[in-house]
Design a protein around this ligand. Structure first.
Ligand code: PMP
Length: 283
């Protein structure tokens, strides 16, 4: 397969030639942000929402964004068109850029856009559900999609050792907030519950809330570890996962050990929503 084409700091280059200077604050200090979206049959899904979240992340960490929303979107489209993948994973990265003392941010952030064929979870994860662990790691500035996934990497490495696919952040007062790369939902007594704050506002989460609101009472509220273990159904959401049922938490069976009916219903509704978006996009 040919190498993907990336956009880096003003130029389109083959991925294996895409580089950043070592002195960039993103490399030296982890000062930078990104967003991650996918395409369905070449159409970017919720592009505007992802780009706006990128701007929100930048603003929250005081990172200059010298590009307009329209410019960023045009670069995403061009990167997508140049690669021509049916279903692509697209990463928009903004790095801190050069800094005179490798500490204070300057005014020359760098923009990169990467595209690859998307790799989605195996079918059995949707059919049988997955296991997750919980971790005492915490994200600083959880509403920011920062480049720093240090805690996430350590937690997922631990999770994989026991066959779990994701780790859920658990606070000192025993709340569960979100996964390292996903948002968390439970069904309890026919209601859909998910945390409101202290999380990354997931774009998939937003779609799920929208489609669910037509069918189920939705409650935005803090969730405790006990809530998670006692839930009727549990699932996680993300751009690559969409909706994945959770059947084990820290090795303990939850939700009867199989994907719940309401979760499966939402999985169907999510797919239908995507199909509607695609039809509207090509119409
Ligand atoms: N929380 C975190 C910490 C994430 O990294 C992600 C993945 N971007 C999500 C939630 C899910 O967000 P989205 O649905 O926009 O992919």
């Amino acid at each position: 397969m040919t190498s993907p084409v990336y956009y880096v700091d003003g130029r389109f280059v083959p991925a294996d030639q895409a580089t950043l200077p070592l002195g960039d604050l993103a490399i030296m200090r982890g000062y930078g942000i990104f967003d991650f979206l996918r395409t369905y049959r070449r159409v970017p899904f919720k592009l505007r929402e992802h780009v706006l979240r990128l701007y929100s992340s930048a603003e929250q960490i005081g990172l200059a964004m010298p590009w307009s929303v329209g410019e960023v979107e045009a670069i995403v489209h061009e990167t997508n068109d140049r690669n021509g993948y049916d279903d692509a994973a697209i990463r928009i990265v903004v790095t801190g850029g050069p800094s005179p003392d490798l500490m204070m941010p300057g005014q020359q952030p760098r923009l990169a856009v990467m595209a690859e064929p998307i790799s989605t979870p195996p079918e059995r994860q949707y059919a049988q559900g997955v296991g997750v662990t919980t971790t005492r790691m915490a994200r600083i500035l959880p509403t920011v999609k920062s480049l720093n996934y240090l805690g996430a990497i350590l937690a997922v490495v631990e999770a994989r050792k026991i066959g779990a696919v994701e780790a859920i952040y658990r606070t000192p007062d025993d709340h569960v907030t979100e996964g390292t790369r996903s948002n968390l939902f439970i069904f309890r007594g026919g209601k859909l519950l998910t945390p409101e704050s202290g999380i990354l506002p997931g774009i998939t989460r937003q779609v799920v809330l929208e489609v669910a609101a037509r069918e189920y009472p939705v409650v935005l509220t803090d969730l405790t570890y006990a809530d998670l273990l006692g839930a009727d159904e549990v699932f996680i959401t993300s751009t690559t996962k969409e909706i994945v049922p959770v059947v084990k938490v820290d090795g303990q069976v939850v939700g009867g050990g199989r994907p719940g009916e309401c979760t499966q219903d939402l999985m169907e509704r999510f797919k239908a929503y995507v199909d509607r978006c695609l039809t509207e996009a090509v119409a």
